[in-house]
Design a protein. Structure first.
Length: 178
C-alpha cells in the first residue's frame, strides 16, 4: 500500500481531495522490477493502471511488415515466399511521475504497448475496476481524472503516429535505394 504523499508525486492526482486520495492509496500496490523486465505485453488484458515511482519504463509496439522474397533459378523456376519482419518501435520512455496502461480504463481493456524496464524500477499498480468505482462515487473528481487520462492518451497517440510515420519513411527510403 502507498501513502497519499507517494501519489502526490503524480500530476494526474493534483487537486484530488484527500479522502479520495486515501482510498486510491489503499488500492495502490508497489511492485519492483529488474532491468529488462517486462511488466506487460502488447495485446494482453489491461486490468491495472501503473505509475512509475523510480526507474524508467519503455513503452514499445511491434511493427510487422510482410515482404515478398523471390528466388529465380534458370528461366522456368521461381520460388516465392512471404516473410514477416518484426521490429520493436519505442513509443515513449517514462520517468517517475508518469502513469501508463491507461487502456485499463477504457474499452476494450486491451494493452496497446509492451512495457519494459530500462533499469531497476519501482511502480505502483491499481486495479482499474476498483479505481473506477472510487471515481464513480465522486463524479467531479472522476471527470477531472479522466480529462488528465485523455491528455495522456492524446500525447501518446500523437507520439505513436510520429514513430510510425518515421518508420514508414525509413522503409520507403530503404526500398528506394535498391
Amino acid at each position: 500500500m502507498l501513502t497519499i504523499t507517494d501519489l502526490e508525486a503524480f500530476a494526474i492526482f493534483d487537486g484530488i481531495p484527500q479522502d479520495t486520495m486515501a482510498r486510491i492509496a489503499q488500492l495502490a500496490q508497489p511492485q519492483a522490477y529488474d532491468t529488462n523486465a517486462i511488466i506487460f505485453e502488447e495485446g494482453g488484458a489491461a486490468t491495472h493502471l501503473y505509475g512509475v515511482m523510480e526507474g524508467e519504463v519503455e513503452l514499445s509496439i511491434v511493427f510487422r511488415d510482410r515482404v515478398m522474397k523471390a528466388e529465380v533459378r534458370y528461366e522456368d523456376y521461381v520460388r516465392k515466399r512471404i516473410d514477416t519482419i518484426e521490429k520493436d518501435i519505442v513509443i515513449e520512455v517514462l520517468d517517475p511521475g508518469d502513469i501508463f496502461a491507461w487502456s485499463s480504463l477504457s474499452t476494450p481493456h486491451q494493452l496497446t504497448t509492451t512495457a519494459t524496464c530500462n533499469e531497476p524500477t519501482r511502480v505502483f499498480a491499481i486495479e482499474a475496476g476498483e479505481l473506477e468505482d472510487i471515481l464513480a462515487q465522486a463524479p467531479d473528481v472522476g471527470y477531472l481524472f479522466m480529462q488528465r487520462v485523455a491528455a495522456i492518451i492524446s500525447r501518446r497517440l500523437r507520439r505513436r503516429t510520429e514513430k510510425l510515420l518515421e518508420s514508414w519513411h525509413q522503409a520507403f527510403d530503404e526500398a528506394g535505394a535498391y
